[in-house]
Design a binder for this molecule. Structure first.
Ligand code: SF4
Length: 62
């Protein structure tokens, strides 16, 4: 099976606008309020940019 992006909500402090939302080249990440971002797996191309950008490592490509 191809790897996919997982959002580890337990690691995300959920107290700020997610910077990785703006890094995604295809707009696959969305955030409601300060919640952990959600990924649209139909849109995500699994490039790993958001995972590399998240300082908390709450986004994991695995
Ligand atoms: S892995 Fe790439 S395409 Fe997928 S959500 Fe992250 S930045 Fe967007």
């Amino acid at each position: 099976m191809e790897n996919q992006l997982n959002v580890i909500a337990e690691i995300c402090p959920q107290d700020h606008p997610c910077p990785s939302v703006r890094v995604c080249p295809v707009g696959a990440l969305t955030q409601e309020g300060f919640q952990a971002p959600k990924v649209d797996r139909e849109v995500c191309i699994r490039c790993g940019k958001c995972a590399a950008f998240c300082p908390k490592r709450a986004l994991v490509l695995e």
